[in-house]
Design a protein around this ligand. Structure first.
Ligand code: ADP
Ligand code: MG
Length: 694
């Protein structure tokens, strides 16, 4: 069979010099097969291919120099050091050693020739190299330099550069005789890209004329070649998942429209155009016998809940149940309250399940769910528990999906399996997904965008204020609440410790209650019991509380239209996505709302930029794009932690133009070279970690 597949399974200990002990250490670097070694690319390179005249060197250059020792002295400065002065006719510099022994010192004889490699730094008087690598050159000795740029690999304790180089060189030797299988069909490749073997040779041993800059920026064709192949492999895997899911059967949820019409008639507002469009897209999916896989993206406050309600009603009309999951109890409860208020008048029972639900209430809930008398079940991840059984689950909806792991979604999906039929899946997120990320990590989902806010909203005005002016902000809260409006005061995470964070919120609420004795100040944080949180939230919603001090538990989804001022303390500690989510809690009514971002100086450059972005725009999409630019896509959606799209070579930002071409190339491979799909996935994703259907 193909060489590639062999390498993917070829064990490392078949290589010269690899025993069981080394194999264990290599595994720590993620290197398990011979192929892994081949794809273990250098982090950076050193140029040891030429000797630089000392006179041409500047601070921070990395260079090989060669010259004659003029003197070697022990200096007794702040730190005792051995200073060796080297001159080559163009200039002179010092080699400085803090650690040295007598033998070493003696070897630096005046007049001896020496070659050194190291980083050049500005010393007290002249340039110097601290602890360079060096070699004394004997009389008339060959003075060869390296023939290629020197790769520096990601290494680990017990596995050094030399060892890695030796092993990788064995692999390169091997592929020189038998090149690895080409998995990118030439007809579909953008022109000018090297073959896989060429790319690997070049990346492990770049010839001296290779642009280090292009290598390090990732724009070099050899890197682009590998990045494209990697992205393609992931793309094919996602498409494969999608094809598989689409080959499954799902219930036809065409509905008779009765519930939907009754619901819309009772709704106190008309749907926005965007809500109508997205609902129609969902209705079309539900009316086909294949599982829907749709992601609804809509900025905070765009009215995703109504869209979810409509989808649920279509399932219910068709004789099925629907489930809606939220990431926190608070949100699940709020959904439960909203949806019950909408559904109960239609004669539909809504059940609610969270970890905190116990005893008889829990048994009741489980029973209604199992019997099918509960038409809609709202809850947290407690819905995943095996004891939760549905009678006829036709639709699974997940709010703010990026907080759920892949396995959790899978577990819930399995609950619907009956007669070989799988539930439809709808995901709701307020996090705008940049195009490149959508086209890669989400290529298995259809996308609907609610790109319109309900009418009558005035944009939230955002100001950025240093902590020193906190009293002004307190006065602002007082003025606002005197007018009958309400406010949030958010204390973000102050440490990794949940306890400390909640304590800080508690303290803040005590202080604010003293500073604002005429106001009713409430407190909500993550360590309170669900019932307690619920009670506080209900009071705030009712208007019994003027000011609500909170940790970031109120981040998503909380809806109190009369709240029109939000203070976020230590705003410099929060990311853009989170700030935007928090700010979305205000500006939900028709009144003008504002958000005060309090910060503690000094601000890092990135924090300054974030606060600036928040002040400049309310547009979730712009914010997401900036967030993406500032910190990279993996973190943005937590894809790193879910293991989705762990890229080795490619970089979604850097390789955006490759991403643009992916769909076309993937389609071409599927149609004309289907035999390449599997090997590509084995090579880049690994047989064990193929994508599960989500
Ligand atoms: P999100 O998309 O952030 O989940 P919600 O579904 O919570 O937004 O809706 C935010 C608020 O807007 C809610 O109070 C909701 O009742 C209201 N709303 C939703 N759709 C409309 C509409 N078409 N017109 C007016 N208000 C709406
Ligand atoms: Mg919501």
């Amino acid at each position: 069979m193909a060489v590639t597949d062999d390498l993917a399974c070829a064990p490392l200990d078949a290589l010269k010099g690899v025993g069981p002990a080394l194999a264990v250490k290599l595994a720590r670097l993620g290197l398990k097969s011979q192929q892994d070694l081949l794809f273990h690319l250098p982090l950076r390179y050193q140029d040891r291919t030429r000797v630089s005249p000392i006179g041409t060197l500047r601070h921070s250059d990395h260079a090989v120099i060669e010259g004659e020792i003029e003197l070697a002295d022990v200096h007794l400065g702040r730190r005792r050091s051995l200073m060796v002065r080297i001159a080559d006719g163009s200039g002179a510099l010092f080699l400085r050693f803090f650690y040295f022994n007598r033998a070493q010192q003696k070897a630096f004889a005046k007049g001896a020739r020496l070659r050194a490699y190291g980083e050049v730094r500005r010393g007290a008087h002249t340039l110097e190299m601290v602890h360079p690598e060096y070699r004394l050159l004997g009389e008339g000795q060959e003075t060869q330099v390296e023939e290629a740029l020197t790769p520096i690999y990601p290494a680990t304790e017990g596995v050094g550069q030399t060892q890695l180089r030796r092993l990788i060189d064995q692999m390169l030797e091997r592929i020189r005789d038998t090149p690895p299988r080409e998995l990118l069909p030439p007809g579909l490749l953008p022109p000018g890209l090297p073959t896989l073997a060429e790319a690997l040779q070049l990346l492990h041993h770049p010839p001296p004329e290779t642009s280090l800059q292009a290598l390090e920026a990732g724009s070099h064709p050899a890197i682009q070649r590998l990045a494209l192949e990697e992205l393609l492999a992931h793309q094919l895997a996602l498409r494969h998942t999608r094809h598989q899911l689409q080959a499954l059967r799902a219930p036809l949820l065409a509905g008779d429209g009765l519930l939907v019409r009754a619901f819309l008639a009772a709704l106190p507002f008309p749907l926005t155009g965007a809500q109508q469009r997205v609902s129609a897209e969902i209705a079309r999916d539900l009316a086909t016998p294949r599982p829907m896989l749709r992601l609804v993206q809509g900025d905070v406050g765009s009215g995703k809940t109504v869209v979810a309600a409509l989808a649920a009603l279509r399932a219910i009309e068709s004789g099925y149940q629907a489930a809606l999951m939220a990431p926190t109890e608070l949100l699940a409860e709020q959904h439960f309250r909203n949806l019950s208020a909408w559904f109960e008048p239609l004669g539909l029972r809504v059940a609610w399940l969270a970890g905190s639900l116990k005893g008889r209430k829990r048994r009741d809930m489980l029973e209604h769910t199992a019997l099918g008398t509960a038409k809609l079940v709202v809850g947290t991840h407690a819905l995943f528990q095996p004891e939760v059984r549905f009678r006829k689950l036709g639709l699974v909806m997940v709010d703010e999906q990026h907080r759920f792991g892949v396995e959790q979604r899978l577990a819930l999906k399995e609950k619907g399996v009956e007669d070989d039929s799988h539930p439809h899946q709808l995901t709701l997120t307020a996090t705008p997904i940049p195009r490149t990320l959508y086209m890669t990590a989400y290529a298995d989902l259809d996308l609907s965008i609610i790109d319109e806010l309900p009418p009558g909203r005035t944009p939230v005005e955002t100001v950025v204020i240093p902590e020193g002016r906190r009293m002004e902000v307190v006065a602002r809260v007082r003025a606002q609440c005197r007018e009958g409006r309400q406010a949030y005061w958010v204390c973000p995470l102050i440490s990794e410790s949940d306890v400390l964070t909640c304590q800080a919120a508690e303290e803040t609420s005590t202080i604010l209650a003293q500073e604002l004795p005429e106001l009713c100040v409430g407190l909500i944080h993550g360590r309170m019991k669900a019932a307690q949180k619920d009670a506080v939230m209900a009071e705030f919603k009712r208007g019994a509380l003027d000011l609500l001090v909170a940790t970031t538990v109120i981040e998503v989804g909380v809806d109190v239209p009369n709240a029109s001022l939000m203070i976020i303390e230590n705003a410099e500690r929060l990311g853009l996505a989170q700030l935007h989510q928090l700010r979305g809690r205000v500006g939900r009514g028709a009144e003008k709302s504002s958000c005060v971002l309090l910060y503690a100086a000094p601000l890092s450059a990135i924090a300054k930029e974030r606060l600036h972005v928040m002040r400049e725009t309310n547009d979730g999409f712009v914010i997401a794009q900036r967030d993406h630019d500032l910190r990279g896509p993996g973190e943005l959606l937590g894809t790193r932690q879910t293991g989705l799209l762990a890229l080795k070579v490619a970089d979604l930002q850097r390789d955006a133009d490759l991403v643009e071409r992916l769909a076309t190339i993937a389609e071409g491979v599927e149609q004309r070279y289907p035999e390449l799909v599997e090997p590509l996935q084995v090579r880049w994703i690994g047989a064990a970690e193929r994508y599960v259907g989500v």
